[in-house]
Write a new protein. Sequence first.
Length: 242
Amino acid sequence: MTSLDNFLFGIYPYICLSVFLLGSLLRFERDQYTWKSDSSQLLRKGQLRLGSNLFHAGVLFLFFGHTFGMLTPHFLYEHFISAGNKQLMAMLSGGLFGVLGFIGVTLLLHRRLFDERIRANSKASDIVLLVLLWLQLALGLATIPSSAQHLDGSMMMRLAGWAQHIMTFQAGAPELLAEAGLVFKMHMFLGMSIFLIFPFTRLVHVWSGFGTAAYLIRPYQLVRSRRVGMTASTPLSQRRGN
């Protein structure tokens, strides 16, 4: 392993995670008016609807698939599914939803670049973000042929081991990627970089999306009068305590 590998896959992940968490918190505390997705639906909604639906369906599946797939210890599922079968399942499902996400982000990027009104109302960060997401999905799809050469699941186990070492602050994480191909490393580096720029882009609205899930389990709000016996016919001055 080179010193660059040690930095990119041993130190850089913690830089990205720190900026991702602290940056999101600071932006929410100090600049809440920019905490939004900045929709351009009013300018042109047809292509937006199709592209956004495909993109979100693909990316949300891939996000949760990568999260649980890479961070779940092998011993928790080895009695139900082998590493090879798990990798095959990941290749098929990831390939399907990766294609959906790729088509979606391609439509969104085309709309952002080639519609004059939308481009004029776009920030540089909007275009950069879509380009990075396009590249990331393209790299993810490009890993499938390489994964097909390791159907025993060995490479997937190494990648998962690296992620688990990073999240549990164990030493030796970069060494697990010594045999990983360049396309895997590029995919992982770009993925970490997206977390790095997350707080400075419209991606922060993802936090709000997860936050709305709390409404599903929130108890009903009970509203009671401050004074016993107060009714709608009570004079306003009396209800105010005057």
